[in-house]
Design a protein around this ligand. Structure first.
Ligand code: MSP
Length: 493
């Protein structure tokens, strides 16, 4: 079984902030989960480097566009390394390979009659890199970002988007293509208003992929960027890889780029006779002070601060646990700290410490041998089933809630069994809790991989053992000696 997952390609005009890390951490969690299930996973991410917006940003910084792109794409890669993003490929739209694919697709579509030459007269928002309709033509502002925009009038190549109107309505209504479900109507209403053909070249934007048939034009940045999902896995140059992974199983995007992904993207694929992605899931926004977190709003929350202050895993954990994926949420340090202290320090960290203390004091660092309490086997199976369903449904916070039932259960179990007392049957309790924690490490690995590895080391478990989901069904093997201990989560005031 294969699993192909993608994130959007991030514009290189801004350094990674909380919004970008959100999509990428979520994709990483899914990629890790499916690898643990034994799937052949391909996880694609990267940077979007062409177009007027990037060109203007580079000029502001006194750089050439490619200098800016080289610099910022490296910053993205470094950030992904810091928070342990296990992507299989990081694609840049300025790569030769990608550019060749875009040119070939353009040429194919032209030859197939899916493109035609015409005149575009209308408004264009550089910030959104989008052709937009405006209400008041005397004071034109972008309906999405509300910035001032201007009218352009130029000859252009058009893609026959309008001819896909009915088929798109049908797909949106009757398949899993648009996720979550409550977003369907929004997309549908937009399609029902009527789709116009889409201008896919620019006449006066030099920073872009040149049209293969007419060098006066560069290819519209969204048309270029969307094709990365094809070029990233070998379309038109590595048919074997392409055949193996196409179509995407899940594509993650933010709700602001739904129209591009839920309308233009499938229409392009239909015109190429390619199967559509199974699901394109739009998540909500992180908000700060009532506004979307973004460079232009000046309310950036730096992932670095949280990573340095709390560690990469608490940051990943907060993003996935705090807000149901799909809805908007307020990002504040106060909420972060609360979540960190209660879930990671009190519940999870304490459980581990208590157990390691007992093994050290009562059993000289060796996990006692014997039978595991059936109750803990049963709850492990139950939690496994429920959290897998939630994660497959792309409900990260609910998946963690399910896993937390086991954390809470094990803490309570220790309280009730009081294995620290002289008289207690502490062997069975410790073995059972040890097995329960081992299962927690398996279940939590997609969310907080580094922590699970560290904890596995402390517990004397093999890392490989926790990287396979099905292993929760078997008992750890052999006589286990616990390893060196360290505090992973420090309480924050
Ligand atoms: N380059 C395009 C995508 C091309 S995909 C073929 C783009 N780039 S972006 O850098 O502006 O944004 C990328 C993603 O980050 C979007 O999915 C967007 O929703 C997400 N986020 C940016 N700010 C965000 C928040 N404040 N909160 C959550 N995610 C948001 O669009």
């Amino acid at each position: 079984m294969k699993f192909y997952i993608t994130t959007p390609l991030y514009y290189v005009n801004a350094e990674p902030h909380v919004g970008h890390t959100y999509t990428t951490v979520a994709a990483d969690c899914l990629a890790r989960f499916y690898r643990m299930k034994g799937y052949d996973v391909f996880f694609l991410t990267g940077t979007d480097e062409h177009g007027q917006k990037i060109y203007e940003a580079s000029k502001k910084e006194g750089l050439t566009p490619i200098e800016l792109a080289d610099r910022v794409s490296e910053i993205f890669k470094n950030m992904w390394e810091k928070i342990n993003i296990s992507y299989d490929r990081f694609i840049r739209t300025t790569e030769k390979q990608h550019e060749e694919v875009v040119k070939k697709v353009f040429k194919n579509l032209l030859e197939k009659g899916e493109l035609y030459k015409g005149e575009y007269k209308g408004f264009y928002c550089v910030h959104c890199e989008s052709y937009v309709n405006v209400e008041d033509k005397t004071k034109p502002i972008c309906p999405d970002c509300k910035r001032d925009i201007s009218e352009i009038s130029e000859t252009s190549y058009f893609f026959k988007l309008s001819k896909y109107q009915n088929i798109l309505e049908n797909i949106i209504e009757n398949t899993e293509f648009v996720k979550p479900d409550f977003r369907k109507n929004e997309v549908l209403n937009f399609v029902k208003i009527g789709l116009s053909d889409l201008s896919i070249t620019r006449r006066n934007v030099a920073w872009g992929i040149e049209s293969p048939t007419d060098e006066k034009y560069t290819i519209y940045v969204w048309f270029d960027a969307l094709l990365n999902y094809l070029s990233g896995i070998g379309y038109l140059y590595d048919e074997e890889t392409f055949k193996k992974y196409w179509p995407p199983d899940v594509q993650l995007i933010g709700k602001d780029i739904m129209r591009f992904h839920h309308i233009i993207w499938p229409a392009i694929l239909l015109s190429l006779n390619l199967p559509l992605p199974k699901k394109i899931f739009a998540h909500g926004w992180w908000i700060s002070g009532k506004e979307k977190i973004s460079k232009s709003k000046g309310n950036i929350i730096s992932p670095e601060y949280f990573i340095n202050e709390y560690g990469p895993d608490p940051f990943r954990f907060f993003l996935l646990r705090e807000i149901p994926f799909g809805l908007d949420g307020e990002f504040s340090e106060e909420n972060f700290k609360k979540r960190y202290n209660s879930d990671l320090v009190n519940d999870f960290g304490n459980l581990l410490n208590r157990t390691l203390n007992l093994i050290e004091k009562k059993f000289n660092d060796y996990v006692p041998e014997g039978e595991i309490d059936n109750q803990i086997i049963e709850i492990s199976y139950d939690v496994y089933k429920k959290f897998s369903e939630k994660i497959e449904n792309i409900s990260f916070s609910e998946a963690i809630e399910e896993i937390w039932k086991l954390v809470v259960f094990l803490n309570k179990y220790l309280d009730e069994k009081t294995p620290w007392r002289e008289t207690a049957n502490s062997e069975k309790t410790i073995i059972s809790v040890f097995y329960g924690i081992r299962n927690l490490l398996i279940f939590l690995y997609p969310f907080i991989p580094q922590t699970c590895e560290k904890m596995a080391n402390m517990l004397g478990l093999k890392i490989e053992e926790i990287k396979k989901l099905g292993n929760f069904k078997i008992k750890y093997s052999g006589r286990i000696k616990i390893g060196k201990r360290e505090i992973i989560f420090y309480r924050k005031k």
